[in-house]
Design a protein around this ligand. Structure first.
Ligand SMILES: Nc1nc2c(ncn2[C@@H]2O[C@H](COP(=O)(O)OP(=O)(O)OP(=O)(O)O)[C@@H](O)[C@H]2O)c(=O)[nH]1
Ligand SMILES: [Mg+2]
Length: 218
């Protein structure tokens, strides 16, 4: 079996609500290697983070929009001797937040995407039951122009019961691909039942290995 991502340590560093602090951190870490989890509110970002990095890394909630700040963690894994970074980013596409919150969120995101190390993999999580919503389309179009690699994760497949629903998802994904070439891989999984998570773990390990090699060669 191939190596998979097995986290030996994951520690919370800081939660950023304000632009200034976030900017300083990102400027100090231009070569950070790691993963950013991004998606609409409630798609299961925090749940997936917990299933990969340990039970209580991120906060899971029933209230959409709960994660309001960019939380940064540092982690180490078995097999590669280095410190990596994990970014839990608040969900995009909120309907029910104040203008002020929205403005703050937009500013944080602008800073994040302008300064985030290009070695960070952008992991876009969508809901497998209804992927590629308007907000998802905007988001994918936005990250298309960035130098980062990205993955698409379709979460909550445990909720797809019918064969016709699964077939529909396959078709939707196929249509997406030609437009978004920066999507290196697509995963269908359930953060809840863990089905399909192992394939992602394998790929995440390979990603870190590849970036370490790239850095050592420069
Ligand atoms: N059935 C099912 N439920 C899930 C899955 N993943 C997450 N959930 C549920 O979806 C809800 C939202 O999960 P979170 O992990 O908090 O979602 P989030 O994307 O971090 O949400 P925000 O932080 O608000 O942006 C919770 O009730 C989870 O238990 C899954 O794979 N299957
Ligand atoms: Mg969350």
């Amino acid at each position: 079996m191939n190596q998979i991502l097995k986290v030996s340590r994951c520690d919370f560093i800081m939660g950023f609500e304000k632009n200034g602090q976030l900017q300083s951190w990102l400027e100090l870490n231009p070569q950070a290697i790691g993963f950013a989890f991004l998606g609409r509110s409630n798609v299961g970002k925090s749940s997936l983070i917990n299933s990969l990095f340990g039970k209580k890394t991120a906060r899971v909630s029933n209230t959409p929009g709960r994660t309001q700040q960019i939380n940064i963690f540092e982690f180490e894994i078995y097999g590669i001797d280095n410190v990596f970074y994990l970014f839990d980013v608040p969900g995009y596409g909120h309907a029910n937040v104040s203008q002020r919150t929205m403005k703050n969120w937009n500013q944080l995101m602008d800073t994040f995407f302008q300064l985030i190390s290009p070695l960070v993999l952008l992991i876009n999580i969508q809901d497998a039951r209804h992927p590629y919503q308007k907000a998802d389309q905007h988001f994918l179009s936005y990250i298309k122009q960035l130098p980062h690699e990205s993955y698409l994760v379709l979460n909550k497949i445990d909720k797809l019961k019918k064969q016709s629903e699964k077939a529909k998802l396959k078709l939707q994904v196929k249509e997406l691909l030609p437009e978004f070439k920066m999507l290196k891989q697509i995963f269908e999984l359930s953060a809840l039942s863990k089905k399909g998570v192992d394939k992602l773990e394998e790929s995440l390990y390979q990603y870190l290995e590849k970036k370490m090699l790239a850095i050592s060669e420069t």
